[in-house]
Every structure is written in structure tokens, then in C-alpha cells.
Design a binder for this molecule. Structure first.
Ligand code: NQM
Length: 347
């Protein structure tokens, strides 16, 4: 691999990682990615990863053969401290960079003004549409959109999802229940794009607005969450989850800043500094059920198009959920992305 492999490094939403064309990756893909990212090592000092699951991410993109779809996107989580590369979850933050990358690499045509790229998400077999500014037919990364968890402003990338229910678990509520009791804690086991176990923060003995570092330092909490996760995984049709990054563990509490509800999410062992895109969609969806831990703490807006303001450690993420006869038919979220470097990486 002395010549290196072509890659673009991008920030997608509140995550960061390497974006590859599928055909550029070597046949020993996982060994190459572990080496390139510097895993396993808590600091990933010998690679490009940033010592955090949110900066140890990979997008693999190819031109799509599917009708009406521009590109296929496979997300890979390179574990920081285990020799594991997993396709067992999707990532809606890294997704924000996929449309711009597709245009930059000539996989999708840009028009003057704004371009929509249809993206098939291979991890979950579902489609997202990304719309972003392309003045003069070129991607523009600068603009006035602001997302919490990222300093400054950038060009908006609007993401729309229509079929995310049951993405990995087969059904929005894989157990058929709105509430399941696990280890004495009332849980909503839900998957609207990301498998999540939603619990009241106070049921786990915390307030729900603590700093992520303090929550990560709480060994009793982490132990209890992992015990619940081990039981929830098979109930959610995920099998043995000991080497999986799903389900995510979402602790909800009443909003503190005028939003819909407040969250702290373990993904699943580190506490997210913000919240995942599809994690936010799933947490918001739990609040739209007729009962459950999220419903109990949420302050829901009126109307069929609901702006669900999901508070998290560094601000809030707004999920726009469109309902028809009580069911969610569409969700949308605003992200930004930035091209950081384009070059070759050595595994
Ligand atoms: O939920 C973190 C992130 C994610 C995933 C995680 C994501 C999503 O913030 O769609 O974006 O939960 O592992 O990038």
C-alpha cells in the first residue's frame, strides 16, 4: 500500500471521518482501516482517528444501480479501543458529507443553485435525500447555517428520511410494546433509523443534564446501562450486542431550555457530546408515542408537522417530524458538512 489510498476527510454534522470510493479500498479493507485509523488504541495515536467514536468513522460510497438513486453509502464504525470495524449501524451525521462528496468525485451531477442527491443507505436498506447549495454547479461549504456542537456557520445540508422505521430491528417497536421493563427500568425499545433504548434519566438515578464526562465517570451507571443493553439487544432482534455499537442508550428528562425533551446518549459506552442524527429521530419518535418514558418528560408542540427540539449536552438538534393520522411519515433534519482534506492515506 506504499502509494496510499485516495480519501477525502470531512466533517459530517458533529462527526468526522474518511470518505472513500468503494473501488479505491483494498481487499483487506478492515485491516487497512484499523491501521489507517490507529485502532485499537484509546488515543489512536498511530492513525487518523481522534480517540473518540465520533471521529473514528468511515463512509464508503459508490455510484448506485438502483432506480432513482444516485449513490450507495455504507457506514463503517472503526472502534477506538477494539480491533473491530462494524457495519452494524448507520450514521446520519457522516451522511451529511455524502452528497457533497458524491458531487466532488463526479458520482452525482450538480446544478447551478441547489442540488439534491438521493442516497441509498446500505447499512439499513433505506433512502435519504440530501439537498445542499451548489452555486455554479460546484459544492459550496460556506454559509450561514449553524448546528449545535460545531463552532461557527457553514452551508446547510438538509436531510430527509421517509422510511426509517424498523431500520435495523424490523419494526419501529420491535417488541410490539411501547414500554418494556428491563432490570426494573421502564424502557421504550425503538428504531426509527437507529436502535435506541429510551429510559428516564431519574430511573437511573441521574438528573439528565450532567456533563458527558461526569456520566462516563459514573461506573455504577455504566454497569447498569450495559446490563440493560445486554437484555435489550436480543429483544430488539439485534442478537448478542457485546461487539456491536447498537442499541444506543438514551436517557431522557424534561427540557431545560424550552425544547421538547433533554437527552444524554451512550453510544453505547461513551457519552455523546451532542446526539446522533438518527438517534435524535428515534428519541423524538419515542416522545410521539401514546405512552412511555419519553412521553412522560416531553413538552410536545402542537400540529401535524412537529418541530421536535431534542436538547443534548452542547445545545439542541431539531427534528421535523411530519405526521399523518398519528403516524410519522417523514422526518427531516438540518446538518452542515465541511471538506477538510483530499489526498491519500497509508494503512
Ligand atoms: O444517530 C453517533 C453521530 C452518531 C450516529 C452514534 C448518528 C445517527 O453522532 O444517525 O449520527 O450514535 O454512534 O455521528
Amino acid at each position: 500500500m506504499s502509494d496510499g489510498v485516495r480519501v477525502m476527510w470531512m466533517r459530517g454534522g458533529t462527526s468526522k471521518g474518511g470518505y472513500f470510493l468503494a473501488d479505491d479500498l483494498p481487499s483487506d479493507r478492515d485491516a487497512f482501516l484499523l491501521s489507517a485509523m490507529g485502532s485499537p488504541d484509546p488515543r489512536q495515536i498511530d492513525g487518523m482517528g481522534g480517540g473518540d467514536p465520533l471521529t473514528s468513522k468511515i463512509a464508503v460510497i459508490r455510484r448506485s444501480n438502483r432506480a432513482g438513486i444516485d449513490v450507495d453509502y455504507l457506514f463503517l464504525q472503526v472502534f477506538v479501543d477494539q480491533p473491530v470495524v462494524s457495519d452494524g449501524q448507520n450514521c446520519g451525521n457522516i451522511l451529511a458529507g455524502v452528497g457533497p462528496f458524491a458531487v466532488e468525485r463526479g458520482l452525482a451531477d450538480a446544478v447551478d443553485g441547489e442540488t439534491e442527491v438521493a442516497i441509498y443507505m446500505e447499512n439499513t436498506g433505506q433512502t435519504a435525500r440530501a439537498t445542499f447549495p451548489t452555486p455554479g454547479g460546484r459544492v459550496s461549504y460556506s454559509g450561514e447555517a449553524r448546528i449545535d456542537g460545531v463552532p461557527g456557520t457553514a452551508a446547510p445540508v438538509a436531510l430527509a428520511f421517509e422510511d426509517t422505521a424498523g431500520s435495523t430491528c424490523g419494526a419501529l417497536l420491535p417488541t410490539g410494546n411501547r414500554v418494556d421493563q428491563i432490570e426494573g427500568v421502564a424502557c421504550t425499545l425503538i428504531d426509527n433509523g437507529m436502535p435506541c433504548v429510551v429510559m428516564r434519566a431519574d430511573a437511573l438515578g441521574i438528573k439528565g443534564d450532567e456533563d458527558p464526562a461526569d456520566l462516563e465517570a459514573n461506573a455504577d451507571l455504566r454497569e447498569k446501562l450495559e446490563a440493560i443493553r445486554a437484555i435489550a439487544g436480543p429483544m430488539m432482534n439485534l442478537g448478542d450486542i457485546s461487539e456491536k455499537s447498537v442499541p444506543k442508550m438514551t436517557l431522557v428528562s424534561p427540557p431545560r431550555s424550552g425544547g421538547t425533551l433533554s437527552t444524554r446518549t451512550f453510544i453505547p459506552h461513551r457519552c455523546h457530546k451532542a446526539i446522533g442524527v438518527l438517534g435524535a429521530v428515534s428519541a423524538g419518535s419515542a416522545a410521539l408515542l401514546s405512552e412511555g418514558p419519553a412521553v412522560e418528560v416531553a413538552n410536545l408542540p402542537e400540529g401535524e408537522e412537529k418541530h421536535l427540539r431534542i436538547e443534548h449536552p452542547t445545545g439542541e438538534t431539531t427534528v421535523v417530524a411530519t405526521l399523518r393520522e398519528g403516524a410519522i411519515v417523514r422526518t427531516g433534519i438540518l446538518r452542515t458538512a465541511r471538506k477538510l482534506m483530499d489526498g491519500h492515506i497509508f494503512g
